[in-house]
Design a protein around this ligand. Sequence first.
Ligand SMILES: C[S@@+](CC[C@H](N)C(=O)[O-])C[C@H]1O[C@@H](n2cnc3c(N)ncnc32)[C@H](O)[C@@H]1O
Length: 195
Amino acid sequence: MFWDEVYKGTPPWDLDHPQPAFQGLVQSGEINPERALDIGCGRGENAIMLAMSGCDAMGIDLAEDAISDAKAKATERHVKVNFAVGNVLQMDRLFEEGEFDVVIDSGLFHVMTDEERPVFAWQVHRVLKDGGKYFMLCFSDKEPGEYELPRRVSKAEIESTFSPLFNIIYIKDAAFDSLLSPGIRKAYLLSATRS
Ligand SMILES: C[S@@+](CC[C@H](N)C(=O)[O-])C[C@H]1O[C@@H](n2cnc3c(N)ncnc32)[C@H](O)[C@@H]1O
């Protein structure tokens, strides 16, 4: 599987620290100590940061190696996070409805196909409590380049995917930190609540 292969090395998003955009959400109080799920958590930096800020944090990812590395990292840092292998498009097999207060997504939505996007939005909506929050960081269409993945996403695409099921609070210009040179990529940060 593509994602398992990727984690045999160090992919460009695989930082040794959380994405600053999500640290900012904790600092601003938009993410409080609550039950939080990181979808497509990779090697777990963002979920570990949430746990360290007081959240009851869980992370899921398709890639088994990424999950075992995330578990080892959390153990090494003495942080309690529940990491599990799981497909975001099949979360109804993993979680009850309304299990989480907050879902974060650092670079997962932008790898979904057009066909997967509505399923993805439904699955995120389903695991959130009423009024639960979804924060998503994706590559923006302001980022130059032609390559296929990650997709560059427009504000209109974010709105059309999520507005049927969520109240959109904002879609802000933001940045992705990466190991590429230069390290910063143009992104959008979505804040939405389950409607
Ligand atoms: C761009 S990476 C971002 C990883 C992590 N969020 C980070 O910021 O380091 C996208 C991640 O989504 C995972 N992924 C892709 N499709 C998935 C799916 N259907 N369900 C769960 N995880 C998935 C990949 O294995 C990969 O770890």
